[in-house]
Design a protein around this ligand. Structure first.
Ligand code: FO1
Length: 321
């Protein structure tokens, strides 16, 4: 019987979803599943908002807002404008079309459905076909510790525009969370050939996933190589506050420092071609790394990077057999 290699991608929001689109273009749903950060989730205006799950769902369904990277295309903003006029809390921009997703998710969660089942139903309705699993059904809200005191993630990220200097992160109630059974079965599958850490923020997108009890151990125990793509290119984050956070945490804002952060997990690391000069220091530090184009502006860029990480996984997996 011929092998059908399977892959898992760990993602946060916008950056991760770009590679997700590339992977979903080249791999059918039987071969690719996504494990998504829900540390950014929060209850806002009485609604359960799951930004990273929605960013991936919209990206895979061709519904994403190309200008923002989050939210829906062809969006209108009558609700949030009206809320603002009425003196309501309007710092978090909920678009009219996006709002329907939050209302439905909230209603279903209140009726007792799990976040995983709600996510599955929403994705089915929007026509995405790949399994998308929240990192846990239980809420694990990220608390950002800053020089100005602790802040709930979206207050730090959107309301305060990542301005406060971060000092650390806390994944609240994570000890009570459990990963989805579907994930553990996928990781135990002998056909699992590659685990990809997408170019998402290591501290607030990937670390919350790794903090869910059992996830890190299951990733390590899997025979599949773990391959990360650096979210830092030439000392800058493609999107978001990763580089700023690294400076505030007294880490050099380099692709090498990200590799060190993932050290005990990584089998192979992909840095951008602009960072070729880091290949030697990475090798000296004990990492297996390659340089490739990682900036994803077009669909072709996303597919090319997806092909790169899949090829690496196939090579590493074959070599370890
Ligand atoms: N990000 C912003 O920078 N400003 C917003 O007003 C905003 C609204 C928003 C609404 C729904 C949603 O799913 C995502 C939204 N995001 C917004 C993005 C989100 O806060 C972040 O991208 C993620 O949490 C970080 O990955």
């Amino acid at each position: 019987m011929s092998r059908v290699p399977k892959f898992l991608a760990l993602t946060g929001g916008v950056g991760g979803a770009k590679l997700g689109v590339g992977l979903a273009e080249i791999l059918p749903p039987e071969q690719l599943a996504f494990l998504v950060n829900t540390g950014d989730d929060f209850t806002h205006l009485g609604l359960h908002v799951s930004p990273d799950l929605d960013t991936l769902m919209y990206a895979l369904s061709g519904e994403s807002n190309q200008e923002t990277g989050w939210g829906r295309r062809q969006e209108s903003w009558r609700f949030i404008e009206t809320l603002r006029e009425l003196g309501g809390e309007s710092w978090f921009n909920l678009g009219d079309r996006d709002l329907a997703v939050h209302v439905l998710r909230t209603e279903r969660l209140r009726a007792g459905m799990s976040l995983l089942d709600v996510t599955r139903a929403l994705n089915a309705a929007l026509g995405t076909r790949h399994p998308i699993w929240p990192m846990s059904n239980e809420p694990v809200p990220t608390l950002v510790h800053t020089a100005e005191g602790p802040l709930a993630f979206q207050h730090y990220f959107v309301r305060d525009r990542c301005a406060p200097a971060v000092t650390g992160f806390e994944f609240q109630d994570v000890a009570q969370a459990a990963p989805p059974a579907e994930l553990l079965a996928w990781l135990a599958d002998p056909e699992l050939t590659g685990i990809f850490i997408c170019p998402s923020n290591p501290f607030v997108s990937i670390d919350p996933i790794l903090a869910v009890p059992g996830v890190r151990a299951a990733l390590t125990a899997s025979a599949a190589p773990v391959i990360a793509v650096s979210p830092i290119v030439a000392g800058l984050a493609i999107k978001g506050p990763t580089a700023k956070m690294m400076a505030e945490l007294n880490m050099p804002a380099t692709a090498l420092a990200v590799a060190e952060h993932y050290r005990d997990l990584l089998d192979c690391y992909v840095i951008d071609e602009q960072d070729q000069g880091l290949l030697e220091p990475l090798r000296e530090a004990g990492f297996t790394a390659i340089a490739a184009p990682t900036i994803m502006l077009t669909l072709a860029d996303k597919v090319r990077l997806a092909e790169t990480v899949c090829d690496l996984a196939l090579q590493h997996h074959a070599a370890s057999m």
